[in-house]
Design a protein around this ligand. Structure first.
Ligand SMILES: Cc1cc2nc3c(=O)[nH]c(=O)nc-3n(C[C@H](O)[C@H](O)[C@H](O)COP(=O)(O)OP(=O)(O)OC[C@H]3O[C@@H](n4cnc5c(N)ncnc54)[C@H](O)[C@@H]3O)c2cc1C
Length: 438
């Protein structure tokens, strides 16, 4: 038997176990711990953030409607405030896209986000279990009882009152035998992207390019086979004259292990070619070189769980007012096709915002599990809007409070039941925490 009490027959118990430390999972863990729950946050890397750090996405999009009405705040605001303490986030900015529609964002330094998330987790009393890969999940009927994770020390067992699956790919719920919505294939799933860091950039000149000039350059790079996507999207690093570029395109099912590995390799090739195109063809980028690849290819879409409610694009566009709304958003439906240079983009009117119901966080086949982030119960088109990190953080915030409430009710002898969470009390707690619900 291992000398380490955490390994072998020893079991780590927690009111709430969050599987996956992306922005959604980290917010869920922090929110649950602040409600007094004991929380373990399982993450396969040695740092938190997921796509936001490992994927180097580098900008939080869509905090407000086109006319400036805030739709995301709460814990997500705190993340930005903490980034700013380290000088790791630029000012919030609004601008008009090449489609003529509004967008807003906060650009940040992915490396600094790791520190900000560490601080939030430590202060809230969350127990982070880093370098831990989910192995399997044990269920009894409709209840998750526990899970095993693979660590450097061997296999570790965890017992959870509530499981929050924040793994993006819904690995935990897959192991728990949950039902999923149709996954799609390489052509219909949103593609993955290998982000890359490039610099130095003369932003006075690069930033002065008009939308028409950028579009012409991007079209030329795509026609020449230098760019996999006819776009020159980038975020500026707050610390330097470097940018993070989002211009590769990899049509894969990222739950297919061989395809995922191949996409990492192809993503680096695409990024390398794109960097040379920048150096050779784009004003302001002549002195720049590729400085870094993201730690991993960024994954936009894989499994989406079947929940008590499946959120649809029609509901977002109407927008439907849900009595159990726990988060809001204004990001448009933004579908990157797996191949070709185009985007499928359904913009929102200037004051348009939509809501996300609590029922979309509840896997239909389980009683003590919740889902956050890009795997929540939504159609492919609806996910194309609600997948952004601002909304992922808002949903994580809500799930964390709900998980803690469910665990607390169980302490009182009722058994953990996420469907029994009193939604008005959940909504009140969110509003007290600064969240916007619609
Ligand atoms: C290329 C790209 C560009 C994007 N651009 C933007 C943008 O400009 N603005 C914006 O706001 N959003 C953007 N998005 C969307 C956004 O980044 C994601 O939808 C969001 O980060 C999802 O967060 P998440 O926490 O649900 O999942 P993820 O970030 O995928 O986090 C999942 C976490 O779980 C961990 N994990 C996974 N499996 C396991 C396992 N088996 N065991 C243990 N841990 C595990 C992962 O390591 C990771 O930390 C973009 C996404 C991509 C891919």
């Amino acid at each position: 038997m291992s000398a380490n009490p955490n390994i072998g027959s020893h079991v780590i118990e927690a009111d709430v176990v969050v599987c996956g430390g992306g922005v959604a999972g980290t917010m869920a863990a922090v929110a649950a711990a602040r409600q007094g729950a004991s929380v373990v946050l399982v993450e396969r890397y040695g740092f938190l953030g997921g796509n936001a750090t490992a994927g180097a996405v580098a900008q939080f999009n869509s905090w407000q409607t086109g006319n400036g009405r805030r739709v995301v705040a709460g814990l997500a605001d705190e993340v930005v405030a903490r980034l700013r303490l380290y000088g790791g986030a630029r000012a919030h900015e609004s601008f008009v896209m090449s489609t003529g529609h509004h967008m807003d964002r906060v650009e940040y330094a992915p490396e600094v986000l790791k520190l900000a998330l560490d601080d939030m987790v430590a202060e809230a009393g969350v127990r982070p279990l880093l370098h831990a890969n989910l192995l399997d999940v044990e269920c009894e009927g409709r209840r998750v009882v526990g899970m095993r994770v693979l660590t450097k020390g061997g296999v570790l067992r965890l017992r959870a009152g509530v499981l929050v699956d924040a793994s993006g790919d819904m690995d935990a719920l897959k192991q728990a035998g949950a039902r999923f919505l149709e996954l799609g294939d390489n052509e219909t799933l949103q593609p993955a992207t290998m982000m890359f860091r490039f610099g130095p950039i003369d932003f006075d000149r690069f930033g002065a390019l008009t939308k028409a000039q950028l579009a012409e350059l991007a079209a030329r790079g795509y026609a020449q086979g230098q760019l996999a996507r006819a776009a020159l999207h980038s975020s500026r690093d707050p610390y330097s004259t470097d940018g993070w570029f989002n211009i590769s395109r990899l049509g894969i099912d990222a739950t297919d292990p061989m395809a995922l590995g191949a996409a990492e390799i192809e993503g680096r090739r695409q990024a390398w070619k794109a960097a040379w195109f920048l150096t050779n063809s784009v004003p302001g980028c002549e002195d720049g070189r590729l400085r870094a690849f993201a730690t991993q290819v960024g994954v936009r879409e894989t499994r989406r769980v079947e929940g008590d409610h499946v959120l649809t694009a029609e509901e977002l566009l109407k927008p439907v007012q849900f009595p159990d709304a726990i988060a809001a958003g204004a990001y448009p439906i933004d579908i990157h096709p797996a191949s070709g240079g185009a985007l499928h983009y359904v913009p929102m009117d200037a004051d348009h915002a939509y809501q996300i119901p609590y029922r979309s966080l509840i896997p239909s086949t389980l009683d003590n599990a919740l889902v956050v982030g890009r795997g929540i119960s939504a159609s492919h088109e609806a996910l194309a809007a609600i997948r952004v990190m601002t909304i992922s953080m808002a949903v994580g915030h809500a799930a964390g409070i709900a998980a803690a409430m469910a665990a607390r009710a169980a302490d009182a002898g009722m058994g953990v039941q996420v469907r029994a969470v009193p939604v008005p009390a959940l909504r009140e707690a969110l509003v007290r925490g600064g969240a916007v619900l619609g």
